[in-house]
Design a protein around this ligand. Structure first.
Ligand SMILES: Nc1ncnc2c1ncn2[C@@H]1O[C@H](COP(=O)(O)OP(=O)(O)OP(=O)(O)O)[C@@H](O)[C@H]1O
Ligand SMILES: [Mg+2]
Length: 581
C-alpha cells in the first residue's frame, strides 16, 4: 500500500517513506521481481492511449511504466519517470496526502485534480485517477509459482490535462469575486428578475438601503419591492427588455433615454418609499435566449427632493412675478384713478355750481314771468318750455352730484389714500364698493345688505375696499354663470373683531378646487380674463390686517366668504405698496 510523505501534516500518523524518491532515480524501467512487471498487454494499451498513463506498484507506488503522452505532459522521457513514485508527480503536499488517504481507504483515486510540475518547472493541473489492477499470472505466459497464482498488484493511472479549464474557472471565480465585491460595496442596488418578474437576485446592500433581508424577498414577485403606482410602468419596461433584448439606460443624456429613464419608488421595510432610477439589461442563457433581466438602481431620493424644492421655488417665483405685475398694474391704476378723480373734480365743481346758478336763475325767471305775464304762462307752450328747462337742470344737478360722489369714492380707492392707517367704518366701505361696482351687477344680481352696528376698526380703507371688490366681483361672476341670483353682504361686530361675509347663490366651488382657490394663479376662468390673483391678493391684505379669510361652498348651491378682522392692529404692518400689494 502507498504511504503519505512525512512532511504531510495530514498524514502524520501514516507510515512514512513511500513517497520519498527511490534512489537512485532510474532512467530505465527498474529491474522488477518476477511477477512485478506489468504485462505486455497492459503496456500496449497504455502506449496506445491518447491520454497520459502510468502503471505503478500498489504497495509502494513506484512507477513501472509511463506512456509517451505522460512523458510529453511532464516534459520528461517516459523512462525517466519509471522508478519514481506515482504521486510524486503531484506538486502540492496537501493534495497529495488527500489522494493518499483516499487510496488507503478506497483502494483507488477517483479523478482528483492535482497540480503537476514539469521538469522545466511549469505547473499544470491534471485530473488524476488510479485504479487497482490484479493481473492473473497466466497472462505473464509463465507457469505460476506455488502460492503466487495471481500476478503483482498494480495500479493503472490516467491523467488529463485540465490546466486550461482550471485557469478559466479561476479567472471566472476571480472575476465573480471582483464583481461581487463591487456589487456589495457599491451604492447601487442590483436586482434580477426572471421572465415572470420573480426576484432571483438582490444585492446584500438592500438591507442597508431599504432595510430588507435579501433572503426574505427572493422568490417573491417584484411587487413586494416596488411601489404599486410605479409598478405597471416598470413592468412594461421590463417586458420590453425581455421581448427585444434591448437595454434601458439610466443615463438621462439623450432625449430617447430620458423618456426611457426608469424612475420608481422602492418600498422600505417600514413601509416608506425611496426614489430610485434604474438601468435594465437582459440576462441570456447559453443559447442566447433572454431569461430575465438585471436592474442596477441608484437612489435618487435626495435628487428628487432637491428637484421638488426647485420646482416649488420656481412656482413661488412665478407667483411672485404675477403678483408683482398685478401690484404694479393696481398701483398704476390707482395713480391713474387718483389723477382722473382730481382732474374731474374741478370741472365737475364748475358744472355743479353752474347748475345751481342756472337752477336759481330759472326759479327767479319763472317767478318774474309769473308776476309780469301771468296770462303768458297760461300759454301751455311757454310753461312747458320753462318746465323742460327746470327738469333738465335738476337732472344735470342729480348727475353731477352722483358724479361727485363717485369721484370721492374713487379717491378712496386710489393711492392718495393708501398710506393712512385710520378708523374705518366697514359699512361705509361696503357701500362705497357696492356703488363702484353697481354697473357690473345691477342687471342680474339682487344685492341684500345686512349691516350690523358699531363695525369700525383700524385699517387701510383702500386695501379693504380692494378685498370687497374682489369678493363681490367673484360672487357676481358665480351668480352670472347660473343666469341670475342674489348676493348678501353682511357685516357683524363680534367683540374685538369685525366680520364681513359675502354670500352668493352662484355655481359654488367643487371640493377639489376649494383647497386651491387662494393659491396665486389658480383660476377656473382662463378664457374669461381670470388671472387667479383676486383671492390671493385679498388673503394677503387680510393677513396684513392680522385677520382671516375663510370660505364655505357647495357645488351648485353657492359660496360664502367670511373676512374676520381685529378692531385694532397690534403692530403697524402696512398692506400698501411697501408690502406686496
Ligand atoms: N364666489 C365664488 N363662487 C364660485 N367660485 C369662486 C368664487 N370665488 C372664487 N371662485 C373660484 O376661485 C377662483 C379664484 O378666484 P380669484 O378671484 O383668485 O381669481 P379669478 O376670479 O379667477 O381671476 P381674477 O384674478 O381676475 O380675480 C375662481 O377662478 C373661481 O373658480
Ligand atoms: Mg376674482
Amino acid at each position: 500500500m502507498l504511504s503519505p510523505s512525512v512532511d504531510s501534516p495530514a498524514g502524520a500518523d501514516l507510515p512514512s517513506g513511500a513517497l520519498d524518491p527511490v534512489e537512485p532515480a532510474c532512467p530505465v524501467e527498474p529491474a522488477l521481481e518476477a511477477g512485478q512487471a506489468p504485462p505486455d498487454l497492459l503496456r500496449a494499451v497504455a502506449e496506445a492511449s491518447p491520454f497520459p498513463m502510468l502503471i505503478c506498484r500498489k504497495h509502494d507506488g513506484v512507477i513501472v511504466h509511463a506512456n509517451g503522452k505522460l512523458g510529453e505532459l511532464v516534459d520528461s522521457h517516459p523512462a525517466e519517470l519509471v522508478g519514481r513514485r506515482a504521486l510524486e508527480l503531484c506538486d502540492d503536499a496537501t493534495a497529495r496526502d488527500a489522494a493518499l488517504r483516499e487510496l488507503d481507504c478506497e483502494g483507488r483515486v477517483r479523478e482528483r485534480e492535482l497540480r503537476v510540475k514539469t521538469r522545466g518547472g511549469a505547473r499544470l493541473w491534471a485530473a488524476f485517477s488510479l485504479e487497482p489492477l490484479q493481473v492473473p499470472c497466466e497472462e505473464h505466459g509463465r507457469a505460476p509459482a506455488v502460492g503466487r497464482e495471481v500476478g503483482p498488484e498494480l495500479l493503472v493511472g490516467a491523467l488529463c490535462d485540465v490546466t486550461r479549464r482550471r485557469e478559466t474557472e479561476e479567472a471566472l471565480s476571480r472575476s465573480e469575486a471582483r464583481y461581487r465585491g463591487f456589487v456589495e460595496s457599491s451604492s447601487e442596488l442590483v436586482f434580477a428578475i426572471d421572465t415572470k418578474a420573480t426576484l432571483t437576485y438582490l444585492s446584500p446592500n438592500v438591507s442597508r438601503l431599504l432595510g430588507h433581508q435579501p433572503s426574505h424577498l427572493l422568490g417573491k414577485a417584484l411587487d413586494v419591492l416596488v411601489h404599486g403606482c410605479d409598478l405597471p410602468r416598470l413592468l412594461q419596461s421590463a417586458q420590453r427588455v425581455i421581448a427585444t433584448g434591448e437595454e434601458v439606460s439610466s443615463d438621462p443624456r439623450s432625449q430617447r433615454e430620458r423618456r426611457a429613464r426608469q424612475e420608481f419608488r422602492m418600498l422600505r421595510s417600514d413601509g416608506s418609499a425611496r426614489w430610485f432610477c434604474a438601468a435594465l439589461a437582459p440576462i441570456r442563457n447559453a443559447a442566447g435566449e433572454v431569461v430575465g433581466l438585471t436592474g442596477t438602481a441608484h437612489d435618487i431620493s435626495s435628487e428628487k427632493a432637491a428637484l421638488e424644492e426647485l420646482e416649488r421655488a420656481h412656482q413661488h417665483l412665478r407667483d411672485a412675478q404675477l403678483q408683482l405685475v398685478r401690484t404694479e398694474k393696481m398701483a398704476s391704476l390707482g395713480l391713474l384713478m387718483a389723477g382722473i378723480a382730481h382732474e374731474i373734480r374741478t370741472p365737475l365743481g364748475a358744472v355743479q355750481s353752474t347748475q345751481r346758478t342756472i337752477s336759481q336763475a330759472l326759479d327767479k325767471l319763472g317767478e318774474r314771468l309769473h308776476e309780469a305775464f301771468p296770462e303768458a304762462l297760461e300759454d301751455s307752450k311757454l310753461g312747458r318750455l320753462l318746465k323742460v328747462l327746470t327738469d333738465s337742470t335738476r337732472v344735470v344737478g342729480d348727475g353731477s352730484t352722483r358724479m361727485t360722489d363717485i369721484v370721492q369714492r374713487l379717491r378712496k380707492f386710489s393711492c392718495a389714500e393708501e398710506a393712512k392707517l385710520c378708523p374705518v367704518d366697514v359699512n361705509a366701505i361696503a357701500d362705497d364698493t357696492l356703488a363702484l361696482i353697481h354697473h357690473e351687477l345691477k342687471h342680474y344680481v339682487a344685492i341684500q345688505r345686512c349691516y350690523g352696528e358699531g363695525v369700525t376698526l383700524m385699517g387701510y380703507p383702500a386695501r379693504l375696499n380692494q378685498v370687497l371688490v374682489n369678493l363681490l366681483i367673484n360672487a357676481a361672476q358665480a351668480v352670472r354663470a347660473r343666469g341670475n341670483g342674489k348676493i348678501t353682504l353682511e357685516t357683524r361686530a363680534m367683540g374685538d373683531h369685525i366680520e364681513i361675509s359675502v354670500s352668493d347663490d352662484g355655481v359654488g366651488i367643487s371640493p377639489e378646487n376649494l383647497g386651491q382657490i387662494f393659491s396665486c394663479g389658480f383660476t377656473t376662468r382662463h378664457g374669461e380674463g381670470g388671472s387667479g390673483l383676486g383671492l390671493a391678493i385679498s388673503k394677503e391684505i387680510v393677513d396684513a390686517h392680522q385677520g382671516s379669510l375663510e370660505v364655505k361652498s357647495q357645488l351648485g348651491c353657492g359660496s360664502t366668504f367670511t373676512v374676520r378682522l381685529p378692531r385694532s392692529l397690534s403692530d403697524c404692518r402696512k398692506p400698501n405698496r411697501g408690502c406686496r400689494f
